[in-house]
Design a protein around this ligand. Structure first.
Ligand code: ADP
Ligand code: MG
Length: 476
């Protein structure tokens, strides 16, 4: 969208906002359920009328000045479509308008200019959060409640939108450049910001709080293994072990809940892959950032508005096998693609890495069984277990603990099938001892003392790990 049309759009909206409170009788077929909602809320109750009226006239002034400023920008910059040269002039224009129009004195000019710039260049009121490096996620639960995750903790911010339409405007701004739309017929949408951040939006009537946005910010500077060690996500010994497992081409699966840090760990593991190998990554929304040069990134595609043209993770897994990969890295396995992945792992595509949603290594196994069944092939359960036991070597369990920290709580070897049962053996495990007075989790990551059965495989690939990596420190 050109700057000019963007300005026109915002201007139109601003003008509407100033008049909306007066015109409550717009014909109903023009109104979305949300704008009706917001209008209802504006009708003041008798008791607080005077106070509210004062506040209202303040906000009216605020809006009027903003609208007028928009208009002026439009007039003066009709030909210009270069946002960078317009922005420095906005404040001057505001000063001019206030000089001319007595009644605008006392309005918060700086705030208006800032809001305007945010609306023009970014995503409105949440822009400061998106620019804040300490913030990793932004959650808009309707116009008046915005949470963010700051340094691993969920906090309520004082960010507010004017009303539901304002939130809708931001959602449209996010999805429109991608050729997607959000409305009653497609009320949920996944999208990505130009910087790579992942966005989900869901609107009424499905979302009862009002239009809801969840943004997981893309970190330009992804975590590396030393960061995770420093955070206490894993120990140095575990890191040495995982590095060896990747180099020895074991098939590894990162399991954990949403936001537990699976993708981050997968990224760190993928970066252990030697740089002379050809890597194919498969994701729903590309998040992985590999340091190697020889990486082919594939991304699945949702169906279009007519419900056609979807390309699933499964389609991509199948295709990737025809691309001569040395390694296949799958962002998240959640359905029928599990079967294709296991088959690939069992037929020479070893060294594959993937993640899945589950609360324990044992649970991950049974979820994989269910996923294979989703592929619609009629395999007996024993055959499925054989596939799983034969394919996967290591499960890394990741958790987000109560205090907000992310930990690898288990590194578990999949040893094989005994009878009908898949045998799992923990190699490392997190032992929680309790909480300190600040609610921080106390505990330690310890080796269980068991050397993995695939130790020989590590040695055969020329990788030596000091035996003390597997020994619990207390026993030294
Ligand atoms: N080990 C970690 N320590 C601290 N924060 C982490 C860690 N791993 C991930 N994060 C942060 O947690 C959020 C979710 O991480 P992500 O890897 O996307 O989780 P998942 O893939 O399990 O949903 C991100 O904002 C990320 O920066
Ligand atoms: Mg993830």
């Amino acid at each position: 969208m050109s700057l000019l049309s963007r300005l026109q759009e915002v201007n139109k909206e601003e003008t509407m906002k100033t008049t909306k409170e007066v015109i409550i009788n717009r014909s109903s077929d023009q109104q979305s359920p949300m704008s009706r909602e917001s209008e209802k809320k504006v009708i003041p109750s008798k008791k607080t009328e005077t106070k509210k009226q004062v506040r209202k006239s303040e906000t009216d002034k605020h809006r009027q000045l903003k609208a007028q400023l928009h208009k002026q920008i439009l007039q003066e910059m009709k030909e210009l479509d270069d946002i960078d040269s317009i922005i420095p002039k906005i404040d001057e224009m505001a000063i001019e308008i206030i000089k001319e129009e007595e009644s605008f004195r006392g309005t918060d000019r700086k705030k208006i200019v800032e809001e305007l710039i945010n609306d023009l260049t970014g995503f409105g009121p949440i822009n400061p959060l998106l620019l804040d490096e300490e913030v990793s996620e932004v959650m808009v639960n309707g116009p008046t409640q915005v949470y963010c995750e700051r340094n691993g903790k969920l906090v309520l911010t004082d960010v507010k939108f004017r009303d539901s339409d304002h939130v809708m405007h931001v959602i449209e701004k996010i999805v429109a450049p991608l050729g997607r739309r959000i409305d009653e017929s497609s009320p949920m949408v996944d999208a990505r910001l130009p910087d790579g951040s992942r966005v989900n939006a869901i609107i009424p009537p499905l979302a009862l709080n009002g239009p809801t946005i969840t943004i997981r910010k893309f970190s330009e500077d992804p975590f590396v293994i030393d960061d995770l060690i420093q955070f206490g996500t894993l120990t140095k010994e575990m890191a040495i072990f995982l590095d060896a497992c990747v180099k020895a081409r074991l098939n590894m699966f990162v399991s954990g809940g949403t936001g537990s840090g699976k993708t981050t760990t997968l990224n760190v593991l993928s970066n252990f892959i030697p740089s002379d190998e050809r890597i194919v990554t498969i994701e729903d929304a590309a998040e992985l950032q590999l340091g190697q040069d020889h990486v082919v990134s594939l991304e699945s595609r949702p169906p279009n508005i007519e419900g056609k043209g979807a390309i699933t993770i499964r389609d991509l897994v199948r295709n990737s096998l025809r691309m001569r990969p040395d390694r296949v890295v799958i962002g998240e396995v959640r359905g029928a693609e599990a079967l294709d992945m296991l088959q690939a792992m069992n037929t020479g595509h070893d060294g594959s890495l993937a993640t899945g949603h589950s609360n324990s290594p044992r649970d991950m196994i049974s979820r994989l069984e269910t996923m294979v069944l989703m592929a619609g092939v009629d395999l007996p359960i024993k055959a499925i277990r054989e596939q799983i036991a034969g394919a996967i070597d290591v499960i890394i369990q990741q958790s987000r603990l109560k205090d907000g920290t992310r930990k690898i709580t288990k590194i578990t070897e999949v040893q094989g099938l005994e009878g009908d049962i898949i045998v799992l053996q923990d190699i490392f495990s997190f032992e929680q001892k309790g909480l300190d007075e600040n609610g921080k989790v106390i505990g330690s990551l310890v080796p269980t003392g068991v050397r993995p059965k695939f130790y020989e495989r590590l040695e055969n690939s020329g990788i030596t790990i000091e035996a003390d990596v597997f020994v619990a420190k207390e026993e030294w």
